[in-house]
Design a protein around this ligand. Sequence first.
Ligand code: FES
Length: 109
Amino acid sequence: MPKMTFIEKNGTVLEVEAPLGLSVMEISHKHGVDIEGACGGCLACATCHVVVRPDWYEKLNDKKEDEEDMLDLAFELKKTSRLGCQILMSDELDGLVVALPVAPLPWEK
Ligand code: FES
């Protein structure tokens, strides 16, 4: 099964199993990572905001316009910010690394 890594706001690094087809937001909930996902993944909130480690960002599917609009409302927006409910796990994303939005990001220190 693919794996992915969450870096939590306190710096905790959590590598978890990431079932194919589940969103990053759904995977975070399975593992108790503090991502809210208030709208359940229907692009009506920005509480599933994650920052993708730059080396992974280009591998993701393109953003829809609706996602761009919601991201504009997110705190700590970065160049590689995405909504976790819009990133679906695939074999290509095996090893994906995302951080919860915090300043500075773990890879900026
Ligand atoms: Fe609301 Fe992702 S869970 S936009």
